[in-house]
Design a protein around this ligand. Structure first.
Ligand code: SF4
Length: 301
């Protein structure tokens, strides 16, 4: 790591009373300098427990918004405004309102990978680790599940509710094919295959274990298995290898790289701290209903 930038960031962090959060898919250097690494919700919740006044969110736009929804009294900065998420962009609040009119009896379960405006239209939010629990906790028989159809399809096999899928998908997870997984399995015959539920159903059918990114860290820590093929974004490898030096990890395909997640680097974090840019502000009339949808989810144990 570039020592000069590292020191500059540490100094600015102290001056501004800032905390750096980095998503598990960020580049290695960014994960190294972060105070906390994790998935988007873990990070936002962790931030609310710190006494930092400024949150630097090394992730994509909807994640910084999540942090702003949960931490209205803190300044939330995203070091690169171009770091967006194609999955979150596959739905708008307006289009969701139209769908709600079509299914007036349905509850809306909204994956946290969505904008604040979309969350504000939801009955409740979910993450990839609690989606099944959230859906089954609701009294409604009919559920609009948005925006990830693959996660929604996965959930539908663990509930008898009628799931109406929004047709969005994560282009990174959806590009992993069955053939690539079979190839990786042949190359590493001792390995187990652990997949993220944003992968397509044919890929999930091959998985020994389906779980969120935080589920993968837990699984890697606790399993006696020594070799693991992961079906998710390649940024996961850094922490998996750091936490489990005696185990071997492989990505199912080298195509599993999210370019948006790689947009943030140390220079941008330093500039963000120095110039206090780019502040993510969620207007109160959106933040409040969005917070309600997140709060209801957090109440589910
Ligand atoms: S990995 Fe997929 S869901 Fe995550 S930020 Fe990239 S495009 Fe969005």
């Amino acid at each position: 790591m570039n020592q000069k930038i590292f020191e500059e960031i540490q100094q600015l962090k102290k001056e501004k009373k800032a905390v750096i959060l980095a998503h598990n898919y960020q580049i290695d250097e960014v994960q190294q300098i972060a105070d906390i690494t994790g998935d988007s919700l873990e990070l936002s919740r962790a931030a609310s427990k710190t006494d930092a006044e400024v949150i630097i969110f090394a992730g994509v736009h909807f994640m910084a918004e999540n942090a702003a929804i949960l931490n209205p009294d803190k300044v939330v900065l995203l070091p690169d405004l171009e770091a967006g998420c194609p999955l979150a962009d596959m739905i708008t609040a307006e289009k969701l309102r139209e769908m709600k009119k079509e299914y007036p009896q349905a509850a809306v379960v909204c994956y946290v990978n969505s904008s604040a405006e979309v969350k504000a239209e939801a009955t409740i939010c979910c993450t990839s680790s609690n989606a099944v629990k959230v859906v089954n906790s609701l009294p409604e028989r009919q559920i609009i599940f948005a925006p990830d159809k693959n996660l929604g399809h996965y959930v539908s096999s663990f509930t008898d509710k009628e799931i109406i899928l929004w047709k969005g998908f994560c282009p990174i997870h959806a590009r992993l094919t069955r053939e690539e997984v079979v190839m990786a399995m042949n190359e590493h015959p001792q390995a187990v295959f652990v997949a993220h539920p944003e992968c397509v159903p044919e890929v999930l059918a091959l998985a020994d274990y389906v779980c969120s990114t935080s589920g993968m860290f837990k699984y890697a820590r606790e399993t006696a298995v020594k070799e693991i093929i992961i079906g998710t974004e390649s940024g996961m490898l850094w922490r998996l290898r750091k936490e489990n030096p005696e185990k071997r990890f492989f990505v199912a395909s080298t195509k599993m790289v999210c370019p948006n997640m790689k947009k943030i680097n140390l220079e941008k974090i330093r500039d963000s701290l120095e110039e206090m840019k780019y502040q993510i502000i969620v207007p109160e009339e959106i933040r409040k209903p969005a917070y309600e949808a997140v709060r209801k989810m957090l109440e589910i144990k």
